[in-house]
Every structure is written in C-alpha cells, then in structure tokens.
Design a protein around this ligand. Structure first.
Ligand code: AMP
Ligand code: MG
Length: 353
C-alpha cells in the first residue's frame, strides 16, 4: 500500500530503456521511489547525459522536500511548524514552504474548505498519517466531534514575512493532498532547466508532462477505481498535469466497511460516494487540491466546486461506477471500458485556468 504523501525520496533504480542510436531523440526512463510510490521519469530526447543529471538533481531535491515537509516524521520544518502552532508560537520557515502554504490557503478558500490541509489532527485520529493505516474500529464519534469543534482552518494561519503563527492551536498541516502535484510541476520545470523539454513524470498515475512524444502527444491512462486496468485514456499537451484522488489508494477496513483516506472536513468522516476524482490543469498543485476537494464534493456538488476552483477538465467516478464529466473533459477523453452511465455536467468555469 502506498503512502500518498511527500516522503522518502529514495533513489531506487536507474533504467535506461533505450540507448540513443547514433543521433536523434530516443526514449529514456529512470525510476525513483517518491512519496512511498514509484516516480517514473521518462523523456524523449537526444540529451541522455543531461537527462540523467536532471534526474539525479530531482532525486536530491525531493529527498530534501521529504525531510522538510513530512508532517509526522523527523524534525523537518513542517513538523516544527505544527509544533509551534500547537504551542501558540511563531516560527521562521523557508520561502518555499511559505509559498506552498500560501497556495494551499488559497485553494482551501476556493474549495470552500473541502480541501483543508489544516485538518492534520483529524487525519492523525483516523490513522491516515502513518504509512500503514491501522485496522480496528473507526475513532469514537465524540473524539471526531471534539476536533471538529476546534474548527482548524488555513485562514487561521498568520503570515508575517516568513514568520508564521496560527490563531488556532488545533491547526496541524498535512500536505498529503497537495504536495505531490506541486512536486510534479517542479520536476517538469527542473527537467526543462536541464534542456529536457519532452518529458513525463508519473507518480502512480499522477503526472505532469512537457512537450510531446515525437510527433504525437503523450497519451496516458487513468486507472479504473473499481476494477483492473484503465478506465480511459487521454492525450496530454505541453505543461499539463493529471491528478487523481481515489478511495482505493489508502483506507482502513473494519467489519466489512472501508473507510477511505479522504476526509470530509465538515463531518470528520471519510468520503463515501466517490470512487475517484480526476482533474487536469497546468497547475499540478491546483489539480491535486481539486481532485481531493471534488472527492469530498461528490456527485451533488462537483460542478460547483470545479467552477469555483477554475477547472474545466474534470472527471468523477461514483461508487456505482457512473462517470461524471465536464463537457471539455468529455471532448478529449477516450473510454477503454463499457460504463454503466456517463453524465456530462455543466462547466460553469470562466475558463481562466
Ligand atoms: P489525495 O490523494 O491527493 O486526495 O490526498 C489524500 C491525503 O490528503 C490523505 O491521505 C490525507 O493525508 C489528506 N487529506 C484527507 N482528506 C483531506 C481533505 N479534505 N483536505 C486536505 N487533505 C486531506
Ligand atoms: Mg489531492
């Protein structure tokens, strides 16, 4: 079972899939272990040396992020920040983490709090902070209610330059729903800095791309949340990211009931009606935050949430396998399996993203 958060960037394998012929671009691939999941970095390039240097650089960058931005392990800056919030103290943090928190505060607001990375304590109570979620019964209702009553929100965070404090000591930040999208975007930028302009970085189906695969766009598959294989494929253009949240990814199970790792911050309980939510955007962090928010919004409110977050490219699969799509997503996606029902929603966005 894979941990969805931004941790343990351990270099695992380096696989050269195809050596360049004498000259001309060819496919290259290396695999890192990232966020407890494999990160495949693929490029179509005639610069293999630059590609390998870029991947080594990425590995180091992501290992540093892992140490600094894990909410629960070690002594990184996010652990120290959460401790400072709990103690009512201020802490000076890096500009990069400030930027990450400002972005997540913005997306939390846009999502009406359905994406809420300040609910770290609730995530901890359910046991979804650990690499292996526990078995056993769900937490007691009064414990959940106790945390809900403290109403942790990203709005509680006070920014004074790089010095942060929280007006609410129950705020504990968990970036598990958001940091992967941010990191995938960063990976594509870093590859570009090394001259690698046609690439795909893929962490267990969450991905960003640059350029194309020769004269074709990069074609990717979106995993079926309920069965084996791919539910749909879609061509992805330069700079786009595809992020999916799914209840199949991590969960705890008790008495025949599965409790998904995505929590509804309003009720304190796991989401029930959505099997997966996928968002495509040029902003990986936004797509990641949105995929989580859309899972919480569910079949009744996903269109409104997508519109508020400025997203036009969205797909939802509910627990009965019904598929909900924005018209824009419907135009580009190709289903690979027979589906019980496909519902095209209204895209209310102003299309600014
Ligand atoms: P994702 O797969 O991107 O939806 O991220 C899920 C992870 O984000 C969980 O494992 C939790 O660590 C955290 N999380 C769960 N529910 C929420 C939520 N409503 N808002 C923000 N983070 C959440
Ligand atoms: Mg997410």
């Amino acid at each position: 079972m894979r941990r969805r958060s931004l941790f343990r960037w351990v270099f695992l394998t380096a696989t050269l899939t195809l050596a360049a012929c004498a000259r001309g671009p060819a496919d290259y691939q290396q695999t890192l272990l990232v966020f407890g999941t494999l990160l495949e970095v693929k490029a179509f390039t005639d610069k293999p040396d630059e590609f390998h240097r870029a991947v080594t650089d990425l590995d180091q960058t992501f290992q540093r992020m892992h140490r600094q931005w894990h909410a629960w392990k070690g002594e990184g800056e996010l652990v120290r920040l959460n401790r400072a919030f709990a103690a009512g103290e201020a802490l000076l943090i890096s500009t990069e983490l400030v930027e990450l928190l400002r972005q997540s505060q913005h997306y939390a607001k846009l999502s009406d709090g359905l994406f809420n990375p300040a609910i770290g304590r609730l995530i901890g109570l359910w046991g979804f902070h650990s690499d292996e979620p526990p078995g056993g019964p769900p937490p007691a209702m009064n414990q959940i209610q106790g945390l809900l009553d403290t109403a942790p929100s990203m709005e509680d965070i006070r920014f004074s330059g790089n010095r942060l404090s929280s007006a609410n000591p129950s705020v504990a930040i968990d970036l598990g729903a958001f940091a992967k999208g941010y990191a995938l975007n960063l990976a594509i930028q870093r590859l570009r800095e090394f001259g690698i302009d046609n690439a795909i970085v893929n962490a267990g189906g969450d991905l960003c791309v640059s350029g194309s695969h020769g004269d074709r766009p990069w074609i990717i598959g979106i995993r079926h949340p309920q069965g084996e294989g791919v539910i749909a494929s879609v061509g992805i253009t330069d700079g786009e990211c595809v992020l999916t949240s799914g209840n199949y990814e991590r969960y705890r199970e008790y008495d025949g009931i599965r409790y998904a790792h995505i929590l509804d911050p309003r009720s304190g309980y796991p989401v029930e009606h959505v099997a997966s939510a996928t968002a495509i955007s040029h902003e990986g962090a936004l797509a990641d935050a949105a995929a989580t928010a859309l899972s919480v919004a569910g079949p009744g409110a996903w269109e409104k949430t997508a519109a508020r977050m400025g997203l036009t490219q969205v797909m939802l699969v509910d627990e009965k396998g019904r598929v909900y799509l924005t018209p824009e997503m419907g135009q580009r996606i190709e289903f690979q399996q027979a589906l019980p029902e496909v519902i095209i929603g209204v895209s209310e966005s102003d299309g600014s993203m």
